[in-house]
Design a protein around this ligand. Structure first.
Ligand code: DP6
Length: 402
């Protein structure tokens, strides 16, 4: 009401998760609004292992918007950052429209300072833009008191970011409308739905990705007839199948389809002209290893998926983790003393039967896998209450990190 005191400064800190698609998003029908040519489906990973933290501060005293990424000042004028800022502010005005919330109205007129950091190396190529934009939008939404339509806003940062606005199993429905108001993320099942599901991220050594997703998928849209067929025919069928496998917790079906969809995504990259290569010799080695391992056991025990970079993400069930991690350790012996080769959730030791080693571990490649991160499905963005966790001080400048 009219008596509301103007707040001179407001602050909010959130965390947001990484997600891994099992039905891939590749291709836009609108590059400005970030509207995809097909729906996609992902698993949100647990923030205990992988997360972005973002603090947003608005103050009467700030003279300009500013942004820090992992401690270094970055360009706040980036069009996608600006799109997210503009859209959250628009929703805040819409929400407050009619009421006379002086506090929010003045907040909206203040400049903002934003700081964001990942608890994992950006260079590891672990879908940091999805967690980053989901976190930016969550923190801004909290700052301005916005609660709805947030996946549409995160989508304007990075397409895959809209799926990081929910935990568990998430569908990004492509939508039909040209204005994008129906292109949003929905939770298919919560993170508690499939308690045995586990995720192993095989962080491979070396190079950064050659072509970014944004540029790569646009060339694919322009040149790949396979991508067109995939979007029109293959994905709609697979999406329905994948939803069923998830509902039924059918790992055989889930894993096989995840592998096939990753492979088809990379096939559309090869079908792009000039072609794009994200898989390398090591990725192919890991693919072969997974198939040999499954063949040895006579069913699908592990499933790989690869995005626009060489890291492998392996889905499996809890009872398979110890053995498969040992298979990876034997196949890619750690370069150093093996300290910290396995990170994240605990992994027990396993002794491999001789027949398994003979059938699966063919030619070991020392040092090729830097480390394995063991995680599981997790929740969506979280508000951070503990004031000691804010990345910016009351003065709006980055705090000294521990
Ligand atoms: C291969 O979301 O990074 O990871 O929308 O241009 O920011 P932009 O692309 P981005 O693309 C992700 C592509 C993918 C598959 C997926 O996550 O669905």
């Amino acid at each position: 009401g009219a008596m509301a005191a103007e707040r001179a400064v407001a602050m909010a800190t959130c965390t947001a998760p990484v997600n891994i698609a099992v039905i891939k998003y590749w291709g836009k029908r609108d590059t400005d609004l970030i509207l995809p040519i097909n729906s996609s489906l992902s698993v949100t990973l647990h923030q205990d292992q992988l997360r972005t933290t973002t603090t947003a501060v608005a103050s009467r005293d700030f003279t300009e918007d500013r942004l820090w990424l992992n401690g270094a000042e970055a360009d706040v004028g980036h069009p996608r950052v600006q799109a997210c800022l503009r859209e959250v502010r628009r929703l805040a005005r819409k929400r407050r429209g009619g009421s006379e919330d002086a506090a929010t109205l003045s907040l909206l007129s203040y400049k903002v300072h934003i700081a964001s950091e990942n608890n994992f190396p950006t260079a590891a190529g672990l879908a940091s833009s999805a967690a980053g934009y989901a976190c930016l939008v969550s923190a801004l939404a909290r700052l301005y008191g916005v609660e709805d339509e947030l996946s549409e806003v995160a989508r304007r940062g990075s397409g895959s970011a809209c799926r990081s606005m929910w935990g568990g199993f998430v569908q990004w429905q492509r939508g039909e409308r040209p204005d994008g108001t129906d292109s949003l993320a929905l939770q298919v099942a919560p993170e508690t739905h499939w308690p045995e599901l586990r995720v192993l991220v095989l962080v491979v050594s070396g190079e950064k990705k050659p072509v970014g997703s944004t540029a790569g998928m646009q060339t694919s849209v322009e040149t790949s007839p396979l991508l067109k067929h995939r979007a029109e025919v293959v994905v709609p069928e697979r999406l329905a199948q994948m939803m069923r496998h998830i509902q039924e917790r059918d790992f055989e079906g889930f894993g096989q389809l995840a592998m096939r969809d990753s492979n088809q995504f990379h096939a559309t990259c090869l079908d792009t002209f000039p072609p794009i290569f994200y898989l390398n010799d090591l990725s192919r080695h890991i693919i072969t290893l997974a198939h040999r391992y499954n063949a040895h056991h006579g069913h699908t025990k592990v499933a790989y998926t690869f995005d626009a970079g060489p890291n492998a993400v392996i889905f499996t069930l809890a009872d398979t983790v110890d053995e498969f991690v040992e298979v990876v350790r034997r196949s890619f012996p750690p370069a150093t003393n093996g300290d910290q080769f396995v990170r994240g959730l605990p992994v027990g030791s396993a002794t491999l039967p001789q027949e398994l080693v003979a059938a699966v571990v063919t030619e070991p490649v020392p040092g090729a896998v830097q480390y394995i991160l063991h995680t599981k499905p997790g929740p969506g963005p979280q508000l951070v209450d503990d004031p000691s966790q804010h990345l910016l001080g009351a003065d709006g400048l980055p705090r000294r990190r521990a």
